[in-house]
Design a protein around this ligand. Structure first.
Ligand code: MRU
Length: 332
């Protein structure tokens, strides 16, 4: 398996290091970010993206920016922490992992002295990154049972190595099955409008030597009708207490088509994506993005551009996590 350091530390640990995903697949450009403004801009512009990756980026970015802006003064860093944390949480609302990671940072800060604060924040950010790597690997191991030799898997958006610090969530069982010598064919929805499937999923799978074909989003139902898909495997940005799933816009349509054709749809996510505090999909804040992302429109024509949609629990065949397969309700 090829490691892709989508999010981590610069070698001197003074900066958050990311691959600028806006430029893929044409260019592989690594960026080192130090200021809070740069980290927030990277998250908002999807230079770093994917629910687990933005959680890791926020944690490392917070530790790095507080250190730089306080000139390594713990008391000053503590004074800056609340506004920095709130600004990071507000940068993208739908993926729970972002707020989850920042809240973890806040909690450890509250339990330590000013002298230890910056060191403690760095350690916690590194734990969040390291745990993400382990959670991805565990999702891969548990998911091996649903990827038999010869499996044809349809996925939507990118829930792979580029969306995490490890080998991904939805793509983790695929990487693990491939490493175990199984033949896997992946159909990657293009994922309009920002084309994460065509640009990112296809890039990382082909780089790993895995068979991948890109299709326009609107062709997924026809592919299922032609009996070319054995299962659908997608990631998640938030899973509510009742099991509803927010994921990249278009996932709901894929889920409806899969149900109509009797194809199981699995959602793969780390345990940290489950949000027992949010009761149902109706309570999830869906991020809406700029009209420009849809390309040129006739003058005066408005756009409706939600970044995510909600797939109801009834359309989900199974929930795959780092703790194995789990079943809603998720009450704790
Ligand atoms: O807007 P994006 O590219 O951040 O959306 C990403 C997705 O919807 C992924 O499927 C989700 O975050 C899971 S990533 C492991």
């Amino acid at each position: 398996m090829l490691a892709i350091p989508a999010v981590g530390w610069s070698p001197d640990t003074r900066a958050l290091r990311i691959i600028d995903q806006r430029l893929l697949p044409a260019q592989e450009v690594v960026c080192d970010l130090v200021t809070l403004t740069d980290t927030i801009a990277a998250i908002r512009s999807l230079a770093v993206r994917g629910a687990p990756a933005i959680g890791v980026a926020a944690a490392i970015g917070l530790a790095v920016a507080l250190d730089a802006d306080s000139r390594s003064d713990g008391a000053r860093a503590r004074a800056l922490l609340p506004s920095y944390a709130s600004a990071l949480i507000a940068s993208r609302p739908t993926a729970v992992n972002l707020a989850w990671a920042v809240e973890r940072m806040r909690r450890v800060a509250a339990d330590t002295t000013d002298v230890q604060l910056l060191h403690t924040l760095r350690l916690e950010a590194e734990s969040i990154r390291h745990e993400d790597v382990a959670m991805c690997a565990a999702i891969g191991r548990h998911g091996l049972s649903i990827i038999p030799d010869g499996a044809r898997v349809l996925t939507h958006c990118n829930a792979g190595a580029l969306a995490t610090a490890g080998i991904g969530t939805a793509l983790a069982p695929i990487y693990t099955a491939h490493a175990a010598g199984r033949l896997v064919t992946v159909y990657a929805d293009e994922t309009r409008p920002l084309r994460q499937g065509a640009r990112l999923t296809a890039w990382e799978l082909s780089r790993a030597g895995i068979n991948v074909t890109v299709l326009p989003d609107g062709a997924a139902a026809s592919l299922m009708a032609q009996q070319q898909v054995d299962l659908v495997l997608v990631g998640a940005d938030r899973i509510t207490a009742n099991g509803d799933v927010a994921n990249k816009v278009g996932t709901y349509g894929v889920a409806l088509a899969a149900r109509a054709h009797g194809i199981p749809l699995y959602v793969a996510a780390p345990w940290s994506t489950i949000d027992p505090a949010t009761a149902t999909g109706r309570d999830i804040v869906i991020e809406h993005r700029h009209a420009e992302e849809l390309g040129e429109l006739p003058a005066g024509v408005p756009a409706w551009n939600p970044a995510f949609d909600v797939t109801p629990r009834a359309l989900v065949h199974g929930y795959l996590t780092d703790r194995g397969f789990v079943t809603p309700p998720f009450l704790s």
